[in-house]
Design a protein around this ligand. Structure first.
Ligand code: COI
Length: 336
């Protein structure tokens, strides 16, 4: 098929995408709109990819996935179905065995999307920590309207340490500057061009940040070298009563060490949207099942800690970006 682009005729490669885990209640209208715009044909299921259902993708060039486990057997099955590209509608792609994919000659890509959802959520967790919100809500449901144990920390008095200075870390810093916090930032690639960040955050090394901060928030990527970046040693260097926030990846923090440090009183508040070994569990209703990740129940049992089900990303802007940007990236990939 030929099409006119400016003065020249360009070859249009008809593209077919198979979408796994498509949510009809929010993603479908976006898939309809962008696929019509880009001339991409798509088919879908609400199921996660399995070896058994890989044949659904037969005749397609790429599959679109979210954070479901994609291991070697699944990748092999997708390759057998003729798939050349696995496109994750997520920033992190740690749920895909990329070593196996590269051995099998399948490319794996992720996307970027508006950081506002995760940044807003992060600030919300910090404010909830400062206001003892979980404890206050639980107690007030039981009609305990006392003040004891609820005295808030004013966020403007807090030194906030952001580990990771990418799009999300910077968006969090910009929001916090409005509250008047002192902001420390640790980044592998300090952004010297961003004048706002230069004015509101102080770049510093990891050890200094964790020792100085009242609130520590993680915004690093989900790569293997960041596994247990926050371990027992890191916790031991933090201030007593420190608040820790994680909206990045669960494995960046050693969960057993976190639990120990909540129990021994070191941690004043832990607000987590991610936790180790969460993969494959979230975004489904497990109401009648006996689940095996005890850490979630342990953490949710503390008055000063909670885990939310990896929802920080979930906003209208981000979901639209996830669908649009992933489909655009698939098109670019096959047209390059
Ligand atoms: C990502 O985009 O990397 C996320 O963490 C969001 C995903 C769980 C849908």
């Amino acid at each position: 098929m030929l099409a006119q682009k400016g003065n020249c005729e360009v070859k249009i490669v008809p593209m077919k995408v198979f979408v796994y885990n498509l949510r009809e209640f929010d993603e479908k209208p976006f898939f309809d709109e962008i696929s019509a715009q880009l001339g991409i044909e798509y088919r879908y299921t609400d199921a996660a990819p399995t070896v058994e259902n890989a044949s659904l993708a037969e005749g397609c060039d790429a599959v679109s996935i979210i954070t479901c486990p994609v291991d070697e057997p699944r990748i092999r099955a997708l390759k057998d179905a003729g798939i050349k590209l696995i496109m994750s509608r997520t920033v992190g792609t740690d749920h895909v065995d990329k070593t196996a994919a590269s051995r099998l000659g399948i490319d794996v890509l992720g996307i970027t999307y508006s950081p506002s959802a995760v940044a807003d959520y992060t600030v919300m967790l910090m404010l909830m920590g400062c206001r003892h919100f979980k404890y206050m809500l639980m107690r007030s449901i039981a009609q305990d309207y006392g003040l004891k144990g609820r005295l808030a920390k004013d966020i403007c008095t807090q030194t906030v340490g952001l580990i990771g200075g990418g799009a999300i870390g910077k968006a969090v810093a910009k929001r916090l500057s409005g509250f008047g916090c002192r902001i420390l930032m640790n980044s592998l690639h300090p952004d010297k061009q961003d004048e706002d960040i230069k004015n509101i955050a102080e770049y510093t090394d990891f050890d200094h940040l964790i020792a100085e901060s009242d609130i520590i928030s993680l915004h690093v990527s989900g790569v293997e070298k960041n596994r247990h970046l926050i371990d027992r040693t890191a916790f031991s260097k933090m201030k007593n009563g420190v608040m820790v926030i994680n909206t990045s990846r669960g494995f960046v923090m050693d969960t057993s060490a976190l639990i120990e440090n909540i129990e021994n009183g070191k941690i004043g508040f832990a607000g987590l949207d991610v936790i180790e070994n969460e993969i494959g569990r979230y975004y489904y209703d497990h109401e009648d099942e006996v689940l095996t990740n005890r850490d979630i129940s342990i953490i949710n049992g503390f008055p000063n800690a909670f885990v939310t089900p990896h929802m920080a990303f979930y906003s209208e802007l981000a979901v639209k970006d996830m669908v649009f940007n992933s489909m655009r990236k698939i098109k670019e990939y096959f047209e390059k």
